[in-house]
Ligand binder design. Structure first.
Ligand SMILES: NC(=O)c1ccc[n+]([C@@H]2O[C@H](COP(=O)([O-])OP(=O)(O)OC[C@H]3O[C@@H](n4cnc5c(N)ncnc54)[C@H](OP(=O)(O)O)[C@@H]3O)[C@@H](O)[C@H]2O)c1
Length: 301
């Protein structure tokens, strides 16, 4: 299969007569992106099967075989090990989900003829670029999480299943554990905070990401794509915009990565090139616009 080709996946949409995809299984439906997917499918009236780790445990191949049984044309995998710092201490744990588990899921998709839609990360790159990373740029992860996700990408490519891999970055939603909710809490409590200003990337809101994914599926996209919100910023710029939208008085001061050492190395530059995606479905919405929508609806707690 040629990465990015528009093939049999497009034909699968037509089979329901309504232009919508056939039944969609959402693996990891309780996660931040998983919740956005389920809300989107419910809102559009698209038949779907949300699964939690009770039905599909990526560490248990038997559960994958039992549950991914061919009733769904699409398997959207939102499940992953996402604890970036934790992966440094437990690389085997991250690999068990992000590589071995994903490989088992891809094999099962091939077996039952389902298309696997999978999410990967900007952390598969080394962060040394000065312009956006194209989809075919060589993988060179800097940390254990990035390595486990790169191994997952490679496993899907090797599996022979029909797939769409979407690399994304800096995810957030009104729910779940994410930068926007953490910073909003700090901005409300403190007079000033320091935020890293030497890492650049693309914030991405989960709800538009699920919609972008569905649009790409409807266009029959297969292979590797990048999907983030438009524009770019540093974490400090991101935090300042959250403060501006919330109307808090807290000062957001820039600091360096060296001032806040973390177990896992982070890429200094991880902007993903969107041109392949935008050629197919049009421009991505600027991150400031999607952020304004989410900040109004942040869940408390
Ligand atoms: N968050 C980011 O900033 C970011 C950036 C780039 C790419 N991504 C990628 O985007 C995708 C979605 O990320 P997210 O932030 O939405 O993740 P998340 O909120 O951390 O959710 C992870 C999901 O995986 C499930 N899970 C954990 N262990 C499992 C297992 N053994 N078997 C089955 N499911 C299991 C969790 O279930 P429980 O609720 O039961 O724990 C949860 O539903 C992931 O592929 C991630 O690598 C994320």
């Amino acid at each position: 299969m040629t990465p990015g080709s528009v093939t049999s996946a497009a034909r699968a949409f037509g089979s329901h007569g309504d232009g919508l995809p056939g039944p969609v299984m959402v693996v990891g439906s309780t996660g931040m992106l998983g919740r956005a997917w389920v809300a989107l499918l419910r809102g559009r009236g698209i038949e779907h099967v949300p699964t939690t780790r009770v039905e599909v445990d990526l560490r248990d191949p038997g559960s994958i075989e039992r549950t991914v049984d061919g009733r769904c044309r699409w398997v959207v995998n939102c499940a992953a090990w996402t604890d970036v710092d934790g992966a440094e201490k437990d690389f085997a744990g991250a690999v068990a989900l992000n590589a071995t588990g994903v490989e088992a899921l891809a094999r099962q998709c091939k077996r039952v003829g389902a298309t696997l839609v999978h999410y990967s990360t900007d952390y598969v790159f080394n962060g040394q670029a000065t312009q956006p990373y194209p989809t075919d740029h060589p993988r060179e992860p800097l940390n254990a999480y990035g390595k486990s996700k790169a191994m997952g990408e490679e496993a899907i490519e090797r599996s022979g299943c029909r797939y769409l891999i979407l690399r994304t970055s800096w995810l957030y939603a009104p729910w779940g554990k994410n930068f926007v909710r953490t910073i909003a809490g700090l901005l409300r409590q403190r007079d000033s905070i320091k935020v890293v200003d030497d890492q650049r990337g693309r914030p991405t809101s989960c709800e538009p990401l699920a919609e972008t994914s569905l649009k790409l599926m409807a266009k029959g996209a297969e292979g590797m794509y990048h999907a983030t919100d438009g524009g770019e910023c540093t974490w400090c710029g991101f935090a300042r915009e959250i403060g501006r939208l919330l109307g808090t008085k807290c000062r957001v001061e820039p600091c360096t990565t060296a001032e806040f050492p973390r177990p896992a190395k982070r890429p200094a530059y991880s902007v993903l090139d969107l041109s392949k995606t935008e050629r197919l479905i049009g421009p991505m919405t600027p991150w400031e616009v999607t952020l304004a929508d989410v900040v109004k609806r942040l869940e408390v707690g």
